[in-house]
Design a protein around this ligand. Structure first.
Ligand code: SF4
Ligand code: SF4
Length: 86
């Protein structure tokens, strides 16, 4: 079985991933993001509808809400640890 495509976005506070083959473009993640981070992407999903992507590199706080609400498990968010003050 071929591996699923994953698109990675290295954010300041998270590693944010989308699996376009699972995304149906419902927009729920966009709607529920507390920071209005997500925008429509040129990359198309399973039904030929746009997928989503973060709008920049520092707005995502890594809360994981988009991952939790996605009905199709198309998003994976790994929160980065804060750097220790030196
Ligand atoms: S992890 Fe939180 S802040 Fe980042 S895109 Fe998802 S819902 Fe928005
Ligand atoms: S909630 Fe999931 S299926 Fe819906 S647009 Fe977001 S990533 Fe795609």
């Amino acid at each position: 079985m071929p591996e699923k495509e994953v698109i990675k976005f290295d954010q300041e506070r998270s590693l944010w991933h989308i699996f376009p083959e699972y995304c149906k473009g419902c927009g729920l993640c966009k709607e529920k993001c507390p920071n209005q981070v997500l925008i429509w992407s040129d990359k198309l999903g399973v039904y030929g509808t746009p997928t989503v992507r973060p709008k920049d590199e520092d707005s995502c706080i890594g809360c994981g809400i988009c991952q939790m609400v996605c009905p199709d498990c198309a998003i994976s968010v790994i929160r980065k640890r804060k750097k220790k003050a030196v």
